[in-house]
Every structure is written in structure tokens, then in C-alpha cells.
Write a protein that binds this ligand. Structure first.
Ligand code: GCU
Length: 598
């Protein structure tokens, strides 16, 4: 654990070379929070006019001051209170037609009334894409880079009784030295894309906790509880249903180890058992729903609770059904994961970045195992230490947030990254960071394959650092005809499980024709039929997450009347209509046993 916190602190300070307020995020669990969601005022600022003055210095009277005219002759050339409004959470691209392609800065402002208490108060953001600079009542709280993980700032001494205002400068400009970098095949949705909350906690509170089965056991729970504030002498951890009640003492840093034996009912895809866990410290009590299970690899097998499983999956982007913007509500998660269950899935690949917390919690409830990923995607700036620190921080932030979710069985540190020495060293470092932060889950990524004598060969050096080998392969779409895939053979230099983490093809829903005609549903169906024949012949295959559940926006897909800036590889259209290939995959999953006899 000490490694973890030391890690966090160092990473928190180093990212992007600026000293960030290295605030460890609060595990919210079931805490009462004050939502600041809803309508926020906004100003579009492509010239950074609200931040810099003309000599390119930070303007002390920038938009973060929310200036007002103090008399009729005053010159103030902006006014949040008469500006338009955006929904928070939400991307701006799909809220206003004239902002669909906008990349740059947008300033958000929210006023709120607050009643002071003797509690500590934190301002919490579920996620902001990409660069966030946060101000409260005109004073800078701090910054955060990275579009998919939470962050918070303590505001106990800054929030006032009565009227307050939050201003957030959000810049979604893509940059070479960011994670992801300038090129990605998903929409660069900008904005405050997840909820904003005020969290009130006692002077001493449970900042975070981790409870999981100790690796290699089915009845030994191990973990820790981290307190902030003057530590009380005792912390109690209870699982009432299992008659577990243990107490532990925090060290000088507020960190308490937890360890106990218990014959808990194990979480699985077929029986997703969650226990109510209660953690008490002083006058703070936090409850959460946690599942307990083991996940391991043994040779070419993936073992869930000691039994070999086949991962019948589907890839999913965090894109809302019907609106196609960022997911902003739990019911949208339920729709997407419900479609995955309808397909016959027991596994989902949440591509290519950490999805919102509800998505993972609902997967916990529904018995869907999860591949969770950071957006180290394609051509990252591999030889830049600040880029590595950024990737490490996004990885640690993802693990910190979801470490108690039984559904998450693997962390992916990369997708389709061209092989080079700097790239493989960068990814090796990420696997070391992941194992130092969480030694209970499997590590994976989408590697690079190449063709040798008609075979697909998997010998990417990155694979030596992983537990599960992932690879994307578009036989019948980016090469070969659909029919050529049925007999395509695979070789791998690793005695490890393989997950084909992407295959598939595009179809415009409702377009029909011959199976040789691109963009018809029949063509997509032929791609699936033949790739499934290929899968059946790979002896070391232990799962697949075809690309992709639902059509999604991509600025890389302009083909008029077919794509119109949509990636059409979905098995379901953005309006929820199943294409023919949906049923092809469903049939395969229905005939495929989950538990492999071993
Ligand atoms: C790649 C990539 C996806 C992309 C897909 C496609 O494998 O991982 O993000 O959307 O191919 O080309 O549609």
C-alpha cells in the first residue's frame, strides 16, 4: 500500500511538469453528496481570451473572476449570467450543432448557495475532457489533465456561506504529448462529461479503502482503509450478512491493514453476489457493495474462482444509445449492458478509456466481467517522460477508482501501438505501475500481429509483460475477403490465453444486398460468420470482444450517405436497431459453453 500512496503523490506532482494539487480522490460509495449537475453558463473561447492578456501572460482578471460591471461606464466584455447554458454532465459537441466539431476552450460557470457546517467539504469531478482548470469564487483550486478519471479539491476553507461560484476552463484540444494523442477513432467529446458534486465529510473520514480476496485464495480477504484527518484509534470493517466484524488500527499516516478469513459466496458472471460492506471510523461510516472472486491465468486458461472460463464479450464505447453523445446517466449504462447480455455476453471491453463509474458498478450487478483500459492508443509520444507520467497517472486513477469492483478482471494498458523499442519499454513501465498498484487483476492490451506463411503470428515483445494476450484482427474488412477468414490460422509464441479483442466490419443499418457488397448488413454478417469459423480453430483462444456493440461518432469516417462521421461497425445502430450480424454473434455465444471443461 505504501508504494501505492507514494506512487500517487509522486505522479500527482509530476504530471505535465506543473505542481498539481496532489489530492487523492475520495471513494464516494454511498455518501450523501450535493449535486452541482444541471445547467451551467458557458463561454466559447477559441482565442484563450478569457485566460491570457495580449502579452500572453495569465490575465489576473480572466473569465475565472466572473467580473460584473460596477457602473454604467465600466468595460467588461463578457457576462456569464447572460450567456447560453450547457447541461452538465455532458459533452458540448452533441448539445449544440455549431459545436459538433469545436476543439478548444470553453469556460463553464455555476453559482450555488451553500450552508456552512463543521464538516470538511470537497469539490469532486467525475471527469472533464481534457484539460481542466478549476476556480472557486475567483481563486484557482487546481488543474487536471486526462478525460476519463475523477479528481477532487478540498474547499473547506474556500466555500462560503451563501452564494458561491465555480468556474472551469475546459480545453479538449488534442496534443501530440497527451494520452490519447492527436489521432483516435472515437469522438473527441469536450466538456464536463461526468457529474460534479460537493462531498461533505467529518473532520476525520474514510478517504479510501480496498477489500479483495488475497491472490490465490478463496477465503482470505485482504485490504486496507485510509483515513484523512486525526486518526481515531479504531476502524471497524463489517460484512453483516457474512457475520464479519473486524477492527484494525491506523498507522501514523491513517493507513490501516485489513485481513480476515471468511467463507464468502464468490462473485461470478452466473451468480454476481455482492455484499454490503460497512466501514466505520470515528463518526464516519461508509457502506459499499463489494463482490469477492479470484481471477488467475494458468497456461492458456483464464480461471474465474478456479474454473476455466471463455470470455464471450463485446467492445463498447462510452456513447449513449439514441443520443450518441457521452453517456451521462445510469439508465444509459443499463441499456448498453442489457444489449450485451441479450447478445449472450459474460464479458465487456470498455474501450478505449475508463468508462463512468456507474458502468462498472452496473456490470458488477449484472455479472458482466470487464476489460478496463487507459487510452494509450496508436502513436503515443513514447520517448517523453511527462507522457509516461500522464499515462501512469491515468492508469493509477483508473485502478484506484475501480479496485473494489469484482467485475473488473483485467486492466489494459494499450491498444494497437506500433512496435518499437521505446514503445515496448514505455508499456513495460506501465505494467510495472499496474502490478505495483493492484496485484490481484490480470494485465492485458491489444498487441500487434503479423502474417507469416499465411498464418497470423503473435510474437509482439509487449506480450512478455502481460497475463492475457489481446489482439485486434480485421480479416475480411481491412484485408482479405470475408470468406478468406474461415481458414485463417494463428500462431503465438506465448503460452498464455488469447482474447481476440477486435474483429468485425461496417454496415449501414437497413442497407441490404449481396454478401460481397461493402456496407450491406449481409457483408457484415459474412465477416462475422467467417471470423467465428476462424475463432473455433484457435486452441489457445479464451475470449473475444468483437468491434463493436453500437455505431459511434468518429471524425475519421466522413463517407457521405454511409458513414457521415459515424463508425458503422456496430452490431446495433445508434437508434437501437439490431443488424443481421448481431444474431450471428448471439448464435455463436449461445452454442459456446462458458466453463471450459478442465
Ligand atoms: C482499431 C481500433 C478501434 C477502431 C477500429 C476501426 O482496431 O482499435 O478503436 O475504431 O479499429 O477501425 O473501426
Amino acid at each position: 500500500m505504501k508504494q501505492l500512496f507514494g506512487h500517487l503523490l509522486v505522479l500527482g506532482l509530476l504530471v505535465n511538469g506543473e505542481v498539481l494539487l496532489a489530492q487523492e480522490t475520495i471513494a464516494i460509495a454511498d455518501r450523501e453528496t450535493i449535486l452541482l449537475d444541471g445547467k451551467w453558463r458557458y463561454i466559447v473561447d477559441p482565442m484563450e481570451n478569457g485566460y491570457y492578456n495580449y502579452r500572453y501572460k495569465i490575465n489576473p482578471n480572466g473569465f475565472f473572476k466572473d467580473q460584473k460591471m460596477s457602473n454604467e461606464s465600466d468595460l467588461v466584455e463578457y457576462n456569464f449570467d447572460t450567456s447560453d447554458q450547457l447541461n452538465v454532465p455532458g459533452d458540448w459537441n452533441t448539445q449544440e450543432d455549431d459545436m459538433f466539431f469545436y476543439e478548444g476552450t470553453i469556460w463553464y460557470k455555476k453559482s450555488f448557495l451553500y450552508t456552512k457546517t463543521n464538516k470538511r467539504t470537497f469539490l469532486y469531478f467525475g471527469a472533464v475532457n481534457y484539460d481542466a482548470k478549476v476556480y472557486l469564487n475567483g481563486e484557482k483550486l487546481g488543474e487536471h489533465q486526462g478525460g476519463f478519471t475523477p479528481f477532487n479539491f478540498e474547499v473547506s476553507d474556500k466555500v462560503k456561506a451563501g452564494e458561491n461560484f465555480v468556474v472551469v476552463k475546459v480545453d479538449n484540444t488534442r496534443k501530440l504529448e497527451q494520452i490519447p494523442t492527436v489521432n483516435s477513432d472515437w469522438y473527441n467529446f469536450g466538456g464536463i462529461t461526468r457529474s460534479v458534486k460537493l462531498i461533505e465529510v467529518p473532520q476525520t473520514f474514510v478517504q479510501d479503502y480496498s477489500l479483495q480476496l488475497k491472490k490465490g485464495t478463496h477465503d482470505q480477504v485482504e485490504g486496507w482503509v485510509k483515513l484523512e484527518g486525526d486518526s481515531p484509534k479504531t476502524i471497524r470493517v463489517e460484512i453483516p450478512e457474512a457475520k464479519v466484524s473486524v477492527s484494525t488500527q491506523p498507522d501514523a499516516n491513517g493507513l490501516a491493514k485489513v485481513s480476515f478469513k471468511s467463507k464468502l459466496k464468490l462473485w461470478s458472471d452466473t451468480d454476481p453476489k455482492l455484499y454490503e460492506v460497512k466501514i466505520s471510523a470515528g463518526n464516519d461510516v461508509v457502506t459499499d457493495k463489494i463482490g469477492f472472486r479470484s481471477i488467475e491465468v494458468k497456461g492458456q486458461d483464464i480461471l474465474l474462482n478456479g474454473k476455466s472460463v471463455f470470455l464471450k464479450g463485446i467492445s463498447i464505447h462510452e456513447v449513449a444509445p439514441f443520443t450518441a453523445g457521452r453517456v451521462v446517466a445510469p439508465e444509459q449504462c443499463r441499456t448498453l449492458l442489457g444489449w450485451a447480455k441479450e447478445l449472450g455476453c459474460n464479458f465487456v471491453r470498455l474501450a478505449h478509456y475508463p468508462h463512468n463509474e456507474d458502468m462498472v458498478r452496473i456490470a458488477d450487478e449484472m455479472g458482466l466481467m470487464v476489460w478496463s483500459e487507459i487510452p494509450v492508443y496508436w502513436t503515443i509520444d513514447w520517448e517523453n517522460d511527462r507522457v509516461l507520467a500522464n499515462a501512469q497517472k491515468q492508469l493509477v486513477d483508473m485502478i484506484i477508482r475501480d479496485k473494489n469492483r469484482a467485475a473488473v478482471i483485467m486492466w489494459s494498458v494499450a491498444n494497437e501501438t506500433p512496435i518499437s523499442e521505446p514503445r515496448t519499454d514505455f508499456l513495460k513501465r506501465l505494467t510495472e505501475t499496474a502490478r505495483a498498484t493492484d496485484n490481484t487483476r490480470l494485465l492485458t492490451g491489444a498487441l500487434e500481429a503479423h502474417s507469416v506463411d499465411g498464418y497470423r503470428m503473435l510474437d509482439d515483445p509487449f506480450g512478455q509483460y502481460l497475463d492475457v494476450i489481446g489482439v485486434n484482427n480485421y480479416c475480411g474488412w481491412y484485408g482479405g475477403t470475408p470468406e478468406s477468414c474461415a481458414d485463417l490460422g494463428w500462431k503465438m509464441t506465448y503460452d498464455k490465453p488469447l482474447v481476440i479483442s477486435e474483429f468485425g466490419g461496417g454496415a449501414l443499418q437497413g442497407m441490404h444486398g449481396k454478401a460481397t457488397e461493402r456496407w450491406t448488413e449481409e457483408y457484415q454478417e459474412a465477416v462475422y460468420e467467417n471470423n467465428i469459423q476462424m475463432l473455433k480453430k484457435i486452441p489457445f483462444l479464451r475470449g473475444t470482444t468483437p468491434w463493436i456493440l453500437m455505431d459511434f461518432f468518429s471524425a475519421r469516417r466522413p463517407l457521405p450517405d454511409i458513414q457521415d462521421y459515424w463508425n458503422r461497425k456496430g452490431l446495433i445502430s445508434d437508434q437501437g436497431i439490431r443488424k443481421q450480424a448481431f444474431f450471428t454473434l448471439q448464435e455463436y455465444y449461445q452454442e459456446k459453453p462458458v466453463q471450459l471443461g478442465r
